[in-house]
Design a protein around this ligand. Structure first.
Ligand code: TRP
Length: 337
């Protein structure tokens, strides 16, 4: 999957990130964080907290961003993002992200940006009148990636159109001004998207997420209330396992495959109640998250150390950002002395 050199030393550079929209949930864990943690072995990794991106839709809730940054950071550390091996940076602390966005914005048409699928979807979902900043969302994301000349971008499937745009911008820049940027390629998590407890996509603000910070009791409660087969009234009714999040979760959390087959057979033939499966699922989910929660609790009570990690990361990122930005300015003709 990756391009580790024979020496085993990092041979490529990763940049990826999350918007600090709130605490991370198990969808983030399987969708991205576990993959990121693994890639730290073979890549030079930059993990970005994209706070400017939050403002593209949520500019009217400025009070929440700071607390969310800390929450995200603690969750990342708990999930195995390792500041000794990776650089963790905060977008708004490195002005070159926004500055590069302006320059790259010259190379993309408004028509191209309005065709990005997330642009239409989000407008529809959030009932939003798109701002200039929102239209340019993927240009800022391209700036994030290209600023560090990253060649690899591990993301969830929803982000593929943005990585595609970053590739186009890199190509265009290289054609116009000479070879500068690698064309970044996306890599996806091997695990398909996890549904929320109500069977819609899991989302921080839908009330259907199991958060990494949830206690075992909260987790059990959420699982006991989880959506299952709506056509099944009694435990003796034959049930459907397709499109039933109970089984999607079991496949992911239960390592004993025979047990899954056994549950499925009994479910299809009306020989097991939802409650029994849910109780078992709650147990395996809590088992799986136990170590992570332990680490999370340890980080959560040391906020000043966590902030120090971010400061140190910003300092590591800054000179790289400055060097690329200077190179881009120069190549685009902004080199008057
Ligand atoms: N748009 C990404 C998301 O919402 C977050 C992000 C910002 C990002 N900059 C990035 C992801 C650069 C990958 C690379 O998930």
């Amino acid at each position: 999957m990756n391009t580790a050199s024979p020496s085993g030393l990092p041979s490529g550079r990763i940049l990826t990130g999350h918007r600090p929209t709130g605490p991370r949930h198990i969808g983030h864990l399987f969708g991205t964080l576990e993959t990121w943690a693994r890639l730290q072995d073979t890549y030079q990794c930059f993990f970005l907290i994209a706070d400017l991106h939050v403002l593209t839709t949520d500019f009217d809730h400025p009070g929440k961003i700071s607390a969310n940054i800390l929450d995200v950071l603690v969750d990342w550390l708990a999930a195995g993002i390792d500041p000794d091996r990776a650089v963790i940076a905060l977008q708004s602390c490195i002005p070159e992200h926004a500055q590069l966005e302006i320059l790259l914005g010259m190379l993309v048409t408004v028509a191209r940006l309005s065709r990005v699928p997330t642009y239409k979807e989000q407008q529809h979902e959030l009932g939003l009148k798109p701002s200039l900043g929102f239209l340019a969302y993927p240009v800022l994301q391209a700036a994030d990636i290209l600023l560090y000349k990253a060649d690899t971008v591990p993301v969830g499937e929803d982000q593929l159109p943005h990585v595609e745009l970053a590739r186009e911008i890199a190509r265009r820049f290289n054609q116009l001004y000479g070879e500068t940027f690698p064309e970044p390629r996306a890599i996806l998590s091997p695990i398909p998207r996890l549904p929320g407890t109500d069977n819609r996509a899991m989302h921080t603000s839908y009330g259907n997420a199991i958060f990494l910070k949830d206690s075992p009791e909260e987790t059990t409660q959420k699982i006991m209330n989880m959506y299952t087969d709506p056509t099944r009234i009694h435990a003796t009714d034959p049930g459907h396992i397709e499109d039933n999040p109970l089984f999607t979760y079991l496949e992911l959390f239960e390592f004993d495959k025979e047990r899954i087959v056994n549950f499925k057979n009994r479910y299809k033939t009306g020989r097991v109640g939802d409650v029994e499966i849910k109780q078992h699922l709650a147990k395996v989910v809590n088992d799986k998250l136990a170590d992570l929660r332990q680490r999370r609790a340890e980080w959560a009570c040391r906020p000043s150390e966590v902030i120090e990690i971010l400061r140190a990361g910003n300092q590591q990122a800054k000179p790289i950002a400055v060097a690329t930005y200077q190179e881009v300015k120069q190549k685009m003709g902004l080199n008057f002395r």
